[in-house]
Write a protein that binds this ligand. Structure first.
Ligand code: IVH
Length: 667
């Protein structure tokens, strides 16, 4: 078949790219593109090779890794360490199991070992006469690097094993990884010390395992899950994988507790869906599931090709890291004037959603990343955590990258920007800045504040832009004629909004104080203030010292409160709000409940309450509600759909309540 020039060129350029990424990934532990993008290159090359009958055995797509770095001594794998073929859809898995049944010539359900595909580094451990003699990386599958010196530092790996027979050789294979918990600990420490952060657990583990100096490996608490056997001389092992895992466990090898045996494709599909839904709850990163024929005899009947066994398949999950481009960086102005850089991204599907912008937090973060406009970046979104830029992918075209410069003037009101502390930037415009006014109003009407339904962000922006309202008190003089003037707002919606405004006038002092948006006065602090000063006038006259004597209120917050009430504009606003009909009844004093001062985190959905209602009930009882789980959390209330907060709770050993237990506790 004649091969068009265009195709030849594409194949050559694909090979060049794959070779480069292989080197970056396997030898330098510094991948420039996420795995999915790499997979796409390989798949394209393979499909062209198939279509044009190009030789593929010597091509890069069939190489498993990359030749070892010269600095390590080389280890020949007596039995090659293979890779896995991949599927991305249920149908791919169905085709795989159909193929297996056909190859085995059976209509019975085939037994499979269903395993999490741990995202780490494959290694081989060789025991001679029960003693760990040599450990090696996979390398290019035929030969890898000798990393024995580093493996000896990993506590969960047995250095000797007790075998009945003498004269034995046993090769155990598995994945070295770093747990999510330890990865976060290491990065928290690195951040404190102003050091470069690690990108993800896999790269950190790969870097640690390939250190020439084992002391550097010791600093990274690596773990391992064993998932297979290579060489075996002199040991009688069971004939199915599931039982081999038991034997390995008895010998002291770490085996993943999330491995299951199932029969037929449906069992495997169930395993994959379950694994996917608990992905966030696992303390190790996975990029899919591995489905393997359980019987070793069947495995050898089915056989393998040069790259991968035919008896196993990787079922890949959507990637949690993707590459995209930073189109621009905008500076957003918050309610209290804080200026936050936000990256506008070329939309990218990552971690199951499309992401088109993400916060960059502050200028320090931009500097740490070495980020410029036009840069290609790795964006990570794992679980329900907000997406973040984790790494800039340095390209050769640095000259087209524009630097990100901190603004000197507010992008909205042009007031000067001042530095607040080490990293924060703040617009000095106060309520003369329309962006700050809009954010203040959005906060004022939000659910935990005056809770005015229907007065959404868009509408507030329009009302401010059209000069129809300036501050919170103006909300109460809105009428139908004014609302109808606003774009696309019909009679019915206007009426509903007016009813909601009216309803919001009856509130609590705590909600009112929170709604005022005093810097760093969150819901819990507002409640403490309302309990201590049921009479607002008394609070307005309280001294800093008095305020500081309230539980949980430190010097910064008490000074913020005192400064707030010292400003005439704020006192006037409060007066106008009260004149406009905003009122509250004095809260009944909190009963002596055992929840006072306890910190709760809510995650997932509850049936008998909305999250907001549950939060209100807790606050009324004197408990605190936090959005993040920390060592100080007392209880995590978990409903269906709970995410990473639940896994953190388990990790920290915090008491987790289901809805029933929570309701009992409340009553
Ligand atoms: S079996 C002959 N099982 O995935 C089969 N691999 O893409 C070879 N991996 O190199 C591997 N978890 O680094 C197997 N439970 C598991 C795995 C697993 C992660 C990695 C391993 C392998 C790569 C193949």
């Amino acid at each position: 078949m004649s091969i068009p020039e265009k195709i030849r060129r594409e194949v050559a350029s694909l090979k060049k790219a794959i070779e480069r990424h292989n080197r970056l990934y396997h030898s330098l532990d510094n991948p420039e593109i996420p795995d999915v993008d790499y997979d796409a290159l390989v798949e394209r090359l393979e499909s062209l090779e198939r279509e044009y009958a190009l030789p593929s055995d010597s091509s890069l797509s069939s190489s498993v890794g990359f030749a070892p770095l010269a600095k390590f001594s080389e280890v020949q794998h007596q039995i090659p360490m293979l890779s896995l073929d991949k599927v991305f859809e249920k149908d791919g898995l169905r085709n795989f199991t159909k193929r297996i049944s056909k190859l085995l010539g059976t209509e019975d359900l085939v037994d499979f070992s269903c395993e999490p595909k741990v995202d780490g580094v494959a290694v081989s451990l060789l025991y001679e006469d029960g003693v760990l003699k040599r450990a090696a990386t996979r390398g290019d599958g035929k030969s890898g690097e000798d990393i024995t010196h580093n493996i000896l530092e990993i506590s969960c790996i047995p250095k000797t094993i007790e075998l009945k027979n003498v004269k034995t050789r046993l090769e155990v294979r598995g994945e070295i990884f770093l747990s999510k918990y330890n990865f976060n600990q290491i990065n928290t420490q690195a951040r404190k010390e102003g050091q470069k952060l690690f990108v993800n657990p896999r790269n950190t583990a790969a870097g640690a395992i390939r250190q020439l100096d084992p002391k550097k490996t010791t600093n990274i608490p690596l773990e391992m899950f064993c998932y297979g056997i290579g060489v075996n001389e002199g040991i009688a092992l069971p004939k199915v994988l599931g039982e081999i895992f038991f034997v390995l466990e008895e010998l002291g090898f770490p085996i993943n507790k999330d491995i299951r045996q199932s029969s037929g494709v449906e069992g495997c599909l169930d395993f994959c869906s379950e694994l996917y839904s608990k992905r966030d709850l696992l303390d190790y990163e996975i990029d899919g599931a591995v489905i393997k024929v359980d019987s070793l005899l069947s495995q050898s009947l089915i056989g393998q090709n040069i790259k991968a066994p035919r008896w196993a398949i990787a079922y890949k999950f959507p990637a949690e890291e993707k590459i995209t481009k930073v189109l621009d960086v905008e500076f957003q102005v918050g309610r209290t004037g804080t200026i936050t850089p936000v990256a506008r991204l070329e939309p990218v599907f990552v971690g199951g959603v499309t992401v088109s912008n993400t916060t960059l937090h502050n200028m320090d973060e931009i500097e740490r990343l070495g980020l410029g406009i036009g840069d290609r970046v790795i964006v990570r979104r794992a679980g329900d955590v907000i997406p973040k830029v984790v790494k800039v992918v340095k390209s050769e075209e640095r000259q087209s990258i524009k630097p990100i410069i901190a603004p000197k003037y507010c992008p909205i009101c042009m007031s000067p920007i001042e530095k607040d502390g080490a990293v924060l930037l703040r617009c000095t415009g106060g309520s003369s800045c329309s962006a700050q006014r809009k954010e203040m109003l959005k906060h004022f009407v939000s659910r935990s504040a005056l809770d005015i339904e229907g007065l959404g962000d868009k509408l507030i922006e329009q009302l401010v832009d059209e000069g129809l309202i300036t501050d919170a008190a103006d909300i109460f003089s809105l009428d139908e004629a004014v609302l109808l003037k606003v774009d696309r707002l019909g009679k019915k919606s206007s009426e509903n909004i007016l009813v909601a405004i009216k309803k919001s006038q009856e509130t609590t002092l705590a909600k009112f104080l929170y709604a005022l948006g005093i810097r760093e006065v969150g819901e819990a602090t507002a409640l403490s203030l309302a309990n201590r000063y049921p009479n607002l006038e008394h609070l307005m006259l309280a001294t800093i010292e008095e305020l500081e004597s309230i539980d949980d209120i430190g010097p910064t917050v008490s000074s913020n409160i005192s400064t707030f009430f010292a400003r005439k504009a704020n006192v006037d606003l409060i007066k106008r709000l009260r004149e406009a009909g905003v009122r509250w009844s004095v809260l009944p004093t909190i009963k002596n409940t055992n929840l006072v001062g306890k910190t709760f985190v809510l995650t997932g959905t509850l049936e008998s309450f909305s999250r907001g209602e549950a939060k209100d009930r807790l606050l009324e009882l004197g408990a605190k509600v936090s959005a993040t789980v920390s060592k100080n959390t007392d209880f995590v209330v978990s409903g269906p759909g709970a995410g990473s907060k639940l896994s953190k709770a388990i990790e920290y050993g915090i008491k987790v309540l289901d809805e029933e237990e929570f309701v009992t506790l409340l009553s």
